[in-house]
Design a protein around this ligand. Structure first.
Ligand code: GDP
Length: 521
């Protein structure tokens, strides 16, 4: 019973407070939600689907977990993969972007591009993920549309190509001009955006006299954009050279249907994917998927472990026996019940682009491939440049065994990167993270799950560069740098600051000192 409806799998990247939760809810309102996987971060008395899997999440009122919200819209199945919304970075935030085919960059009209948006955008750029830009909160005063376009072009080096152009400035929002049809999409204010789509489409000739003046300005703006080569070009969009832009108010439900339509029309669906050996898996080939996230400790009562997989090719049928590429061993999906998020509703079928969760799949790690038929192994999910470092020791020497086991487990799950050296020994590995929140997760889980409280000491390093065994020898004894080895074998040179890293690289051109992807601020 293959579900052959086309898929769109995307994530929303934004800075906290830009309106991601509001937009997610509005999208869900417009679409028919199939499954909901703790993806919507409830705020206040809105949704009660907060991912409260960990006590810490509850305490902080944030979601540390990532899952997917699946819905249908106009005969398409849309998978919205959640990126954690808190301001601290974690590697998870980056990794989920390996599971999507496109991203929606949500920008607060009053604030413009903010730091977290930029960082996430860089990951999209690195992975060649096309980005649609939504300027949100247009119902209230904000920056000028041209100013916002300028900022986008300057900061992310993508050509912004507006698909709609605001009629009336931010705060006096009358609607938008649909630049592809020339129609006016009129905005009607409703109380709290409680109803679907306060939008009405009309040809230019039907624009009210009351709106005539701002409409004329919008038409002029639109014509200038065309002269300035700022029209949408699908090829350039897919090549990551331009970003279509639209103006919206998620809170007032304006632009939400437009965004869904754009995703269906412009955003790419799942496509053929190459394995590490260069062989290519087409979407209709045998089943294959890769793990982009592993989550544990969702339920204190029994230790569970959920591995999230993005389906790359073929049809998933629950019960099929797959091969785990890393070990070559069979992986029985019959026992590993498949679920979405924390809802244990089992998933019987899944198609390319969908996200499935395997419960208690102890063998699966981030980046692993599972497949049916001919062997395939997808490239590893990249690990990002850590910027925060702590040395860790067992808080209770008597529980050293538990300490080791816990560190090993958290390392495997990719909660933090674990670095070791002969000098430091196994008793005090160095933990490296993209965001400090990752250490809190380690602390919490070591205490509650592995019964071995952990003690951290802060290390003064800020920058990691990749080196090799020769580099490790050459850097020994140099000032302001220490070389450790990650579990995957990579040598990382940790520097006290960027300046020291640059000077060392300049003075020792023979030493490999390569910058790691993203993370760098
Ligand atoms: P998140 O942190 O990105 O998930 O942001 P939220 O969705 O929680 O929104 C942050 C705040 O901005 C909330 O108070 C929202 O009500 C408000 N907000 C979101 N979208 C809009 C919008 O389009 N217009 C206005 N005026 N406020 C908005």
């Amino acid at each position: 019973m293959a579900d052959t409806r086309p898929r769109r799998t995307f994530a929303v990247i934004s800075h906290p407070d830009a309106g991601k939760s509001t937009l997610t809810e509005a999208l869900a309102l417009h679409a028919r939600v199939i499954t909901e996987a703790g993806a919507v971060h409830g705020k206040g008395d809105r949704r009660a689907t907060v991912s409260d899997w960990m006590a810490m999440e509850k305490a902080r009122g944030i979601s540390i977990t990532s899952a997917a919200l699946q819905f249908t819209y106009r005969d398409h199945v849309v998978n919205l993969v959640d990126t954690p919304g808190h301001s601290d970075f974690s590697e998870d935030t980056y990794r989920v972007l390996s599971a999507v085919d496109s991203a929606v960059m949500l920008v607060d009209a009053g604030k413009g591009l903010e730091p977290q948006t930029l960082k996430l955008f860089q990951v999209c750029a690195l992975r060649g993920i096309p980005v649609i830009t939504v300027i949100n909160k247009w119902d209230r005063p904000g920056l000028s549309p041209l100013g916002l376009l300028d900022e986008i072009e300057r900061q992310i080096k993508l050509r912004p190509t507006p698909l709609t152009w605001p009629v009336g400035e931010a705060g006096d929002f009358r609607g938008v001009l649909d630049r592809r049809t020339g129609e006016f999409i009129k905005y009607t204010r409703t109380a709290g955006g409680a109803t679907i789509a306060p939008e009405r489409r009309m040809p230019a000739a039907e624009v009210d006299a009351a709106d005539a003046e701002v409409w004329a300005e919008a038409v002029e703006g639109h014509e200038l954009l065309t002269l300035d080569d700022a029209d949408h070009d699908q090829k350039r969009f897919l090549a990551g050279e331009s970003t279509p832009v639209m103006f919206a108010s998620a809170l007032q439900n304006f632009g939400v249907a437009q965004l869904l339509d754009l995703l269906l029309e412009l955003a790419p669906g799942p496509s053929a994917t190459a394995g590490v050996d260069g062989s290519v898996r087409d979407v209709d080939d045998d089943f294959s998927a890769f793990i982009f996230k592993v989550q544990s400790g969702m339920n204190n009562a029994h230790r569970d472990r959920l591995a999230y997989a993005r389906v790359v090719s073929g049809q998933f049928e629950r019960g099929m026996v797959l091969t785990h590429a890393a070990t070559g061993r069979p992986f029985a999906t019959k026992y590993a019940q498949s679920v979405f998020g924390r809802d244990t509703a089992s998933v019987d079928h899944a198609s390319p682009g969908d996200i499935i969760g395997f419960v208690n799949a102890q063998a699966l790690r981030v980046g692993d491939t599972v497949y049916d038929g001919a062997p395939i192994e997808y490239p590893p999910v990249p690990s990002f440049a850590p910027e925060h470092f702590r040395s860790a020791t067992a808080g209770d020497i008597g529980r050293y065994k538990q300490f080791r086991r816990g560190i090993e487990q958290l390392d495997q799950e990719g909660v933090v990167q674990v670095l070791r050296s002969d000098l430091r020994g196994d008793q005090s590995p160095v933990l490296a993270a993209v965001g400090p929140l990752q250490f809190e997760v380690v602390e919490e889980r070591m205490k509650n799950e592995f019964n071995s409280p952990i003690k951290f000491s802060r290390l003064d390093y800020q920058v990691a560069r990749r080196t090799d065994a020769d580099g490790a020898t050459a850097l020994k004894g140099k000032r302001g740098v220490e070389v450790l080895q990650r579990t995957d074998g990579t040598h990382l040179a940790l520097f006290v600051d960027q300046w020291r890293a640059n000077v060392t690289a300049r003075d020792n051109p023979e030493i490999l000192l390569e910058a790691l992807p993203a993370g760098g601020s």
